[in-house]
Design a protein around this ligand. Structure first.
Ligand SMILES: [Zn+2]
Length: 287
């Protein structure tokens, strides 16, 4: 079962709230502190994805008390069960995680605590630094302007701004879809007429249909689920803050997937070109 509390700690926006239920919230807290539940995240220190594990934030006594509270049969079997909250007098929470490759690489998350609710009030490094695993390569593909918009979008989202962050993502998806079409057109796979107009001559407005047309050129996970991207075509007045927050992660992950795909293709082209070059050198010597 995925650890929902851990997921909230590492992915939530600033000022997002989460209620630590007793249970499974406290059980999940103990699993984090006992390093049973770890997670993969881009490590800015390593410049690569690494496994992170709990490194500190709670005293050993507190963790032990929570564990005892959860596992003492007495309190569970009592007819008049009174919820014992070992964190009752805590007004803040702090979690520090360390990179499995280099212990000096840390991720830190700060929360205010009001009752059983925790509210994210800070984190370091920022999510923009963690969320863009191949930053310099992405910047080369997207160009300076769109790359800065992607960073701005992640920054806005991490501050809980839904529609604002969404609008930037939408521009980037539209650009990537259009760029992909241009490549397909150059390869003779699609014409502008097919891409821009439906069979009945009507202008193709939705991005959903355009994504379907690009099967084989965009990652399969995207062309097989074009519906998700339908939200990209909605007018700004049709969008709600909640809807934008909800779709943000999946759209951002889609963008990263497309970019990773392009990076991999360029990498392959480069390797092929190098191989041809060394092949030609050898062939010219044989002659
Ligand atoms: Zn690291």
């Amino acid at each position: 079962m995925p650890n929902e509390l851990l997921n909230f700690i590492i992915t939530s926006s600033l000022y997002a709230e989460y209620t630590i239920e007793n249970n499974p919230g406290l059980e999940q807290l103990v699993q984090i502190c006992n390093k049973q539940d770890r997670f993969e995240m881009f490590c800015p220190g390593c410049g690569d994805k690494k496994v992170f594990m709990y490194d500190g934030g709670f005293s050993d006594v507190t963790v032990k008390n929570i564990w005892n509270g959860l596992h003492s049969t007495g309190s569970l079997n009592a007819t008049n069960y009174i919820k014992y909250d070992p964190l009752e007098n805590t007004d803040h929470m702090y979690f520090r995680f360390k990179c499995s490759l280099n212990e000096s690489h840390k991720l830190e998350y700060f929360f205010a605590k009001r009752g059983s609710k925790i509210i994210k009030v800070g984190q370091y490094p920022s999510s923009a630094d963690i969320d863009l695993p191949q930053a310099s390569r992405y910047s080369a593909i997207l160009g300076r302007q769109y790359y800065n918009e992607l960073k701005r979008s992640i920054g806005l989202h991490s501050h809980g701004i839904g529609i604002g962050s969404f609008v930037y993502l939408r521009r980037i998806i539209e650009k990537l879809v259009y760029d992909t079409f241009k490549e397909a057109e150059a390869a003779g796979v699609l014409t502008e007429l097919q891409f821009e107009y439906q069979a009945d001559g009507q202008h193709r407005n939705g991005i959903e249909e355009k994504i379907k047309l690009l099967k084989g050129s965009l990652p399969d996970l995207i062309t097989d689920h074009p519906k998700i991207y339908g939200v990209v075509s909605k007018g700004i007045h049709e969008l709600s803050e909640e809807e934008c927050m909800k779709y943000f992660q999946v759209l951002k992950d889609g963008i990263v997937m497309i970019l990773d795909d392009i990076v991999a293709k360029k990498e392959k082209e480069r390797a092929t070109a190098e191989y041809k070059k060394s092949l030609n050198e050898i062939l010219s010597k044989i002659k």
